[in-house]
Design a protein. Structure first.
Length: 152
């Protein structure tokens, strides 16, 4: 009888710890976005859909965690568009479910997104737009445009 009581106690405790990552890690995450130079506007996209916006860097945005990667795309006048792929990785607290919560806990964490995590800070360096070549000016015709024939 005592062994059965202890076993039931262990089962009750283990079931209470199921979905450990959901409790410890949560189902959403804050991501800090920094650019050099600061002041860029950035969108966070998952599967082509905007899931968050940082209107002016540096800034933070909270996203729901999933298995899909997040593309961070930043723009600033005078600079080329730059992006960073923030990969969805396995959250360490989910491993505890294999020991304590079993398959049920792992399934709950996977369904809720708690078994995933992203880099908490993204740093993107923006490159200046290159100065236009003198021959690339649209208001000055090239030799080929002036004569109507390709130069060759």
């Amino acid at each position: 009888m005592c062994k059965i009581t202890k076993m039931l106690g262990v089962i009750v405790c283990a079931s209470g710890l199921g979905a450990c990552a959901s409790i410890v890690e949560g189902t959403s995450q804050e991501i800090a976005v920094n650019t050099k130079p600061p002041g860029a506007s950035c969108e966070l996209r998952r599967d082509g859909v905007v899931i968050g916006v940082v209107p002016k860097t540096p800034g933070t945005v909270t996203v729901k965690k999933t298995k899909q990667n997040i593309n961070v795309v930043c723009e600033k006048d005078g600079f080329e568009q730059a992006s960073f792929r923030n990969k969805s990785d396995f959250a360490g607290a989910t491993a505890g479910n294999l020991l304590l919560g079993g398959i049920v806990g792992v399934a709950i964490d996977a369904a809720s997104g708690a078994s995933n995590k992203y880099d908490g800070e993204v740093n993107i360096v923006l490159q200046p737009v290159p100065a236009a070549e003198e021959t690339d000016k649209p208001n000055e015709p090239t030799v080929a445009e002036a004569n109507g024939k390709p130069v060759g």
